[in-house]
Design a protein around this ligand. Structure first.
Ligand code: IMP
Ligand code: MG
Length: 182
């Protein structure tokens, strides 16, 4: 059995508990509310991993917000990103002259986000910023601008609070990790 198969059999340990997530989200929302004062924003949820983060964040925004959903899927169930992105759901509304904020669950190599930022730039928004719940700075393979970051992590693979391993664990209320046997 490979080590990734073993991961599916384990119960994740808590890395970031619910209360800590909510506390950090309050701080991020405060920053966003301050930065966009007097403006309308288009909040874009990058599916699937960001759906819980997005739902919590938009309820903390004290701004006129339009919500859009954009689906991407990386190929296969690998724990390492290939940077190849498959669009599974597009936004039909024009984004021209809108202040858009991308909500992404996690920036690992940065390849997915970099692809998305380039794609959304072609739609001529007035501005584009990114809010990521998690970032793994040591894993970055490309330069990518992330304006709002919830937590910085090491290289550990995390699940829960919307994030999956092989489609599972999205429903965990906390951010968890798998302890490896040595
Ligand atoms: P990147 O292209 O390497 O930055 O990977 C970005 C995407 O890979 C994220 O949006 C996640 O969907 C997924 N991903 C990267 N690291 C993790 C992790 O630790 N847990 C769950 N998903 C991850
Ligand atoms: Mg994602």
């Amino acid at each position: 059995m490979s080590s990734s198969d073993e991961m599916t059999l384990k119960t994740p340990k808590i890395l970031i508990p619910e209360v800590k997530i909510q506390h950090r989200l309050d701080e991020l929302a405060q920053e966003i509310n301050h930065d966009y004062q007097g403006q309308s924003v288009t909040a874009i949820c990058i599916l699937k991993g960001s759906f819980i983060f997005f739902a919590d964040m938009i309820r903390k925004l004290d701004l006129p917000v339009t919500c859009e959903f954009f689906g991407v899927s990386s190929y296969g169930n690998r724990t390492v990103s290939s940077g190849e992105v498959k669009v599974t759901l597009d936004i039909n509304e024009p984004l021209e002259n809108r202040h858009i904020i991308l909500f992404e669950d996690i920036v690992d190599s940065g390849l997915t986000l970099s692809y998305l930022q380039n794609l959304f730039r072609t739609r001529k928004p007035a501005s584009i910023r990114t809010c990521a719940l998690l970032m793994k700075p040591e894993s970055l393979k490309t330069h990518v601008d992330v304006d709002y970051i919830g937590f910085k992590l090491g290289n550990e693979f995390v699940v829960g609070y919307g994030m999956d391993y092989a489609g599972k664990y999205r429903n965990l209320p906390f951010i968890g990790y798998f302890e490896h046997d040595h």
